[in-house]
Write a protein that binds this ligand. Structure first.
Ligand code: NAD
Length: 298
């Protein structure tokens, strides 16, 4: 049994903390939201009243927070110097590479082992304990990082040193945003050409157009029963979160001097979709905008 502090029990963190508790660990859980705390208690976590209380005797600290400023604030003000220096610090949020490296530097200076360990897989994988983790950490620390993530993970890959996990995540999600828009455009065109989207799935999922957005997350209801398209695009991966990741990719591309024209287009389309008020819908709901039927979204 490991003493784990889990900070951030939202759509993703809630399921992840539950899986740590299910694996028999003592999970001290904290979130600013009382509803999230209640769900964590029902899932077998020990809820506490502050970050400080959660981390004070933790062996592993896991954070799953919205964005870079939350991560920097929580680590610099509430974790570093409060958790025992022997604790392993794991940030699983998706944030910019620069902030990840800054937090890693602060942690290292204070004597902690730290890893950026963002995830791929969405809420279903968070609940099932089948996330893919991409890790940026010192090589020697990876032997501690992998088993700590194991109850939440299908696969854990070390991408490189601090920040490399976030770099992998940003590139992966830029590709995902582009492939989802491509899938949505293809469905909209198929429909205009008189080809049923369900029949197009049968063909595309077995042809060279096959990709994760088609096979695992088809934006049209029916062919993939677990996809958010069957639940009026509720839950899943919010378009606002996809926009956040696409912005991170564009910022990173500008700083690194990389050319990413399709990433820029994807950002513009998700910015438009968010601006129209659909940021809370799963990112596959983009299909309704591209087929000119945004009125079908509640
Ligand atoms: P969420 O908004 O549902 O959860 C974030 C939680 O953090 C909230 O419950 C919030 O109350 C809490 N929080 C914020 N500030 C806090 C603080 N100072 N102290 C304690 N708790 C605090 O978001 P989510 O969907 O769980 O995503 C979390 C992270 O995971 C994001 O960085 C996101 O980009 C990434 N991510 C999300 C998905 C997905 O499918 N939702 C997939 C992969 C990665």
């Amino acid at each position: 049994m490991t003493r784990i502090a889990f900070i951030g029990l939202g759509n993703m963190g809630g399921g992840m903390a539950a899986n740590q508790a299910k694996a028999g660990h003592d999970v001290a859980a904290f979130d600013l939201s009382p509803a999230a705390l209640e769900r964590a208690a029902e899932a077998g976590c020990r809820t506490v009243a502050s970050v400080a209380e959660a981390v004070k005797d933790a062996e592993v600290v896991i954070t799953m927070l919205p964005a870079g400023p939350h991560v920097l604030g929580v680590y610099s003000e509430q974790i570093i110097g409060v958790a025992p220096a022997s604790a392993l610090l794991l940030d699983c949020s998706t944030i910019d590479v620069e902030t990840a490296r800054k937090v890693a530097g602060l942690a290292k200076e204070a004597g902690y082992a730290f890893a950026d360990a963002p995830v791929s897989g969405g809420t279903a994988a968070a609940d099932a304990g089948t996330l893919a983790f991409m890790v940026g950490c010192d090589e020697a620390d990876f032997a501690r990082v992998e088993p700590a993530l194991d109850p939440m993970s299908r696969i854990t890959i070390r991408a490189g040193d601090h920040g490399a996990g976030q770099a992998a995540k940003i590139c992966n999600n830029m590709l995902l945003g582009i492939s989802m828009i491509g899938t949505c455009e293809a469905i909209a065109l198929a429909e205009k050409l008189g080809l049923e989207p369900e029949r197009f799935f049968e063909i595309a999922s077995k042809s060279s157009g096959q990709c994760w957005s088609v096979s695992n997350y088809y934006p049209w209801p029916g062919p993939v029963p677990t996809a958010p398209s069957n639940r009026e695009y509720e839950g899943g991966f919010a378009s606002a979160m996809m926009l956040k990741d696409l912005k991170l990719a564009q910022d990173a591309a500008a700083k690194a001097g990389a050319t990413t024209p399709l990433g820029a287009q994807a950002e513009a389309l998700y910015a438009l979709f968010n601006g129209l008020g659909y940021g809370g819908k799963d990112f596959s709901a983009m299909v309704q905008m591209l087929r000119g039927r945004i009125d079908t979204l509640a």
